[in-house]
Design a protein around this ligand. Structure first.
Ligand code: MEV
Length: 452
């Protein structure tokens, strides 16, 4: 039966943190005192630190913990990284570590940033003749650049700033609809705030320019700004990570699969993901297992990275694999090109205590270095998934790791866990199978020599 309150609450955000929890536990939970203790048990023991965490969001009542793991030995462009990964899925960190080790022995990952241009747009309506706006656009551009100067001076000092301003006419959306399309470079910051500040300045300039321009009639002076916002689609902020080796150096694989056969099956698996959106989605999900884990660990915006990555995967009209593979002239080559708008300064990167530590662990990288690290981990993850898929199947490794979760869910003791892990080391692991085996152990403790 639902425990939800009959009435909505007014002024929830004004309640104290304890007041908020009290209302929640009393209205939604069967054991309010237990839940109150549980929620407060996740508060940080350091009050100042907790205040910082609370400040990231609104109506915060507790913290939600996720595992923080590392993949050591990730060799990129000849340099070793120990990469922090925040992820809840069993076997992702193990898979990344294993693929990193595999490629470390074969020259490691080679990565390079292709470009770092980001984009923002001012969307507006203007009902005058098109030729007229085209004609005055150079003048308007000058006005944008003049008015925005105080907002971009610092970014320019750091080497970033506005790279291009274009007028786009899109009457197919609506008669008189235009965009001011802005290309920007934001150095080591992700640049969302910078971009939106620039765009809002442009929007004000746009309105003032049309109001004051002597060449417009009264009706033509009216410009309606619809919105000014960055685009999270950054197809020109792209990084490439790659691995290659001679086919025979791939070695041998489980189930007696030799290097040649492995390379052929692997390349075909990628080819399938290039053509079939059902497979491509799962294939890319595997890439994002690695990408998101590092993006989250470094305090970056994983929703932006995901949204952009998937849009990029569909850039020719069909959703396809983000990675590619070629087996030619005795060489196995596997690569990933992915747009990644990341920052290593600003935002949460310097505020979240663990994000700060993640960046330190990575040697305080620039945004461009972080892009290379994230792409390499995405490629490692993709390699590990495909290697399992075309050899042993995914469940063997995955369920071995997931067994811990099953055992914890079933409340197995340490001695019981040892017995069950031993028993299932060469068997198919299922929740049902583990539960039944645990019941047998508990029914016949003497046989299994387990202390209850
Ligand atoms: C599981 O999280 C990810 C995989 O399904 C990816 C793939 O199939 O390539 C293993």
């Amino acid at each position: 039966m639902s425990t939800a309150p009959k009435q909505p609450i007014a002024g929830f955000s004004k309640l104290s943190k304890v007041g908020k929890i009290k209302w929640i536990v009393e209205n939604f939970f069967r054991e309010p005192d237990t839940v109150m203790r549980e929620l407060t048990s996740y508060w940080h023991h350091n009050e100042d630190q907790q205040k910082v965490l609370d400040g990231f969001s609104e109506n915060t009542i507790s913290n939600f913990l996720l595992p923080y793991g590392v993949a050591p030995n990730v060799m990129i462009n000849g340099q070793y990284y120990c990469v922090p990964m925040v992820i809840e899925e069993s076997s992702v960190v193990a898979a990344a570590s294993s693929a990193a080790k595999f490629w470390m022995d074969r020259g490691g990952f080679k990565a390079r940033v292709i470009s770092m241009i980001k984009k923002g747009q001012v969307h507006f309506l203007w009902k005058g003749p098109r030729e007229k706006i085209r004609e005055i656009f150079p003048e308007l551009k000058d006005a944008f650049c003049r008015d925005v100067q105080p907002h971009i001076a610092n970014m320019e000092k750091r080497g970033g700033g506005i790279r291009n301003i274009q007028l786009r006419e899109l009457p197919e959306v609506e008669a008189g609809y235009y965009q001011i399309d802005v290309d920007l470079e934001t150095c080591d910051s992700m640049g969302a705030n910078f971009t939106n500040t620039v765009l809002e300045s442009f929007a004000q300039t746009l309105i003032a320019f049309f109001e004051a321009h002597p060449g417009f009639s009264t009706e033509e002076r009216e410009v309606r700004v619809i919105m000014s916002i960055l685009s999270n689609y950054t197809p020109d902020c792209v990084v490439r990570a790659e691995v290659w080796c001679a086919i025979q150096d791939l070695g041998t694989f489980p189930n007696q699969i030799q290097a040649e056969e492995f390379a052929e099956k692997f390349a075909l698996a990628v080819q399938i993901a290039k053509h079939d959106p059902y497979r491509a989605t799962t294939h890319n999900k595997g890439i994002f297992n690695g990408v998101d884990a590092v993006v989250i660990a470094t305090g970056n915006d994983f929703r932006a990275v995901e949204a952009c990555g998937h849009a990029y995967a569909a850039r020719d009209g069909q959703y396809r694999s983000l990675s590619d593979c070629k087996v030619k002239d005795g060489i196995f080559r596997f690569w990933l090109e992915i747009p990644l708008a990341l920052g290593t300064v600003g935002g949460l990167t310097n505020l979240h205590p663990m994000a700060k530590r993640s960046l330190e662990l990575l040697g305080d990288p620039t945004a461009s270095e972080l892009m290379q690290i994230v792409a390499s981990v995405g490629l490692a993850q993709n390699f590990a998934a495909l290697r399992s898929l075309v050899t042993t199947g995914i469940q063997q490794g995955h369920m071995k790791m997931h067994l811990q979760n099953i055992l914890n869910t079933l409340g197995a003791s340490d001695p019981e866990k040892n017995l069950i892990q031993g028993h299932f080391s060469d068997k198919v692991i299922t929740y049902q199978g583990v539960r039944e085996y645990l019941e047998r152990i508990r029914d016949q403790p003497a046989t299994f020599a387990v202390k209850p």
